[in-house]
Design a protein around this ligand. Structure first.
Ligand SMILES: [Zn+2]
Ligand SMILES: [Zn+2]
Length: 493
């Protein structure tokens, strides 16, 4: 099958609705790469030809800078980032001491915090890094400008690092590898020179986006305009608070946006629960969501990164999701992606079962048939003369330490010693509770030869063991038999 005979695939919706169609089949055939399923065979993505063992190979063979120590610390600093991240809090806090805080400026600072924060969360992150929805040109310009006001690098640079973060999570190819500690993932990775190049990640879609290119080209100008001048001008022309606009809406707001969004890399990989998967560090926590404009449901996000939501429950705090949804309602956004509910719930169930299994393994369980001696009826009766043995449901139980504990009184037990008390136990005298049955099973010391008559299995299995969490290789008939995997129809070849 040659590439020019392949019908155009249903293309992943492009983040820019006006992007040139990526589905046009080309007559050019490229050799060596399997390009049949790539939308535009003219273009080879950055990661098209990487080896299958890319991660281990790169970690082993690629040069990395030496570990940072107290001796080399100063030489390893990235001074530009140190200046941006170090001077802004100093200017901001000193400025705040000297400048009165007017309510109009306070309101504007909070509003501009959300605007520039959304530039990162709804723009840089969910739109450009993850393509979780399509945005119209006006919305893209708004996000590119407000994102520049957050001063976190250009869209292209940011999204490239973030795609590497998702692909190589918790490895040294992840620029903000959470295994290197909270400090590193929050800010250390920026104020120190990167120890190695982030793992390869394709951003060719962004290289084709004219708004992303425009922002990258004019980035330095945009940073000053959107980071400082614009918030200052609004407060200055709006209500005459030039200094307050500069200090609070410009500088201090920037400090808050920085640390708020940095928390997605640090706090969101450190604090909270893992309701969808626990293979990697990302976690869900409401506090992280509150400080990151809704990016705190990070365990969900790493499992379903193309989903435009981070929070899936209506009551969870995810203003970024609400913003994207409102944009869709007013026609500025479209093609909001959501992961199939069925698969999301599978992830949750897997984690719930895993936790139940842990609880199950912490408890003590009765011995089963294969671990108990088989005793004949005669032997049972003989042994019952020297110790208090009672037969229920085909098992022999030693009730020596229970005679005085029995709620119905000692006499009901002693009169059944050496006898079959199955009927009495299951309702003949008293229909025992599930807890009583579970406790009885713990007193098993043998199995009666011949066991219990057929049909009494239900009475032999204590209630606590009728539903169990079992691994696939512990189940008798697994769904993964060789027959189920055979490719009789030739679908795979
Ligand atoms: Zn993450
Ligand atoms: Zn992400």
């Amino acid at each position: 099958m040659s590439s020019d005979s392949v019908p155009a695939m249903a293309a992943t919706p492009s983040p820019n609705s006006d992007a040139p169609s990526m589905t046009t089949p080309s007559t050019t055939t490229k050799q060596a790469t399997a390009l049949h399923f790539i939308e535009n065979p003219e273009h080879v993505p950055a990661d098209a030809n990487i080896p299958d063992n890319y991660v281990s190979y790169t970690l082993k063979h690629q040069k990395s800078l030496p570990p940072v120590t107290w001796e080399n610390f100063v030489d390893e600093l990235n001074w530009l980032h140190v200046a941006i991240l170090g001077l802004t809090p100093i200017i901001g806090f000193v400025g705040a001491i000297l400048t009165p805080f007017r309510w109009q400026t306070a309101l504007w600072s909070v509003l501009y915090y959300y605007m520039t924060g959304l530039g990162i969360t709804a723009g840089y992150h969910r739109l450009w890094a993850h393509r979780s929805y399509n945005a119209s040109r006006p919305l893209q310009y708004f996000l590119a400008l407000s994102g520049a006001g957050a001063v976190e690098g250009s869209i292209r640079w940011w999204a490239r690092g973030h795609r590497a973060h998702h692909r190589y999570t918790d490895t040294d190819l992840d620029p903000y590898n959470a295994h290197k500690g909270l400090w590193w993932s929050h800010i250390g990775w920026m104020i120190l020179k990167p120890r190695r190049k982030p793992g390869v990640a394709d951003v060719s879609d962004l290289s084709k986006n004219d708004i992303v290119k425009w922002q990258h080209r004019h980035y330095l100008k945009l940073v000053f305009i959107m980071g400082i001048f614009f918030p200052t001008l609004v407060a200055g022309f709006g209500w005459g608070d030039w200094m307050g606009g500069y200090v609070y809406s410009g500088v201090l707001r920037l400090v808050f946006v920085h640390h708020s969004t940095f928390c997605v890399n640090s706090l969101a990989h450190w604090l909270g629960e893992t309701p969808f998967d626990d293979k990697h560090t990302p976690r869900d926590h409401m506090i992280t969501a509150l400080v990151t404009i809704g990016e705190g449901y990070h365990n969900f996000h790493h499992q379903f990164p193309m989903d435009y939501r981070n929070a899936i429950k209506w009551y969870q705090y995810d203003p970024t999701k609400w913003f994207i949804w409102v944009c869709q309602q007013i026609g500025l956004a479209s093609h909001l992606k959501t992961f199939p509910e069925n698969e999301v719930r599978k992830g949750q169930l897997t984690m719930q079962l895993k936790r139940l299994r842990e609880t199950q393994e912490l408890l003590s369980w009765p011995s089963d048939n294969s671990h108990l001696p088989v005793i004949s009826w005669e032997s049972y009766q003989a042994q019952a003369k020297t110790r208090p043995l009672i037969c229920v449901g085909g098992f022999i139980h030693d009730v020596a330490n229970f005679l005085d504990e029995h709620p119905g009184g000692r006499h009901l037990l002693t009169k059944n010693i050496g006898k079959d008390a199955t009927t009495a136990f299951f309702g003949g005298v008293y229909d025992h509770s599930n807890a009583a049955h579970n406790l009885l099973a713990m007193k098993r010391v043998g199995v009666l030869h011949g066991g219990s008559p057929h049909g009494l299995e239900d009475k032999m299995i204590p209630p606590s063991q009728r539903l169990r969490v079992a691994r696939y290789n512990e189940m008798g008939a697994s769904g993964y038999s060789s027959a189920a995997l055979s490719d009789g129809e030739g679908l795979l070849g």
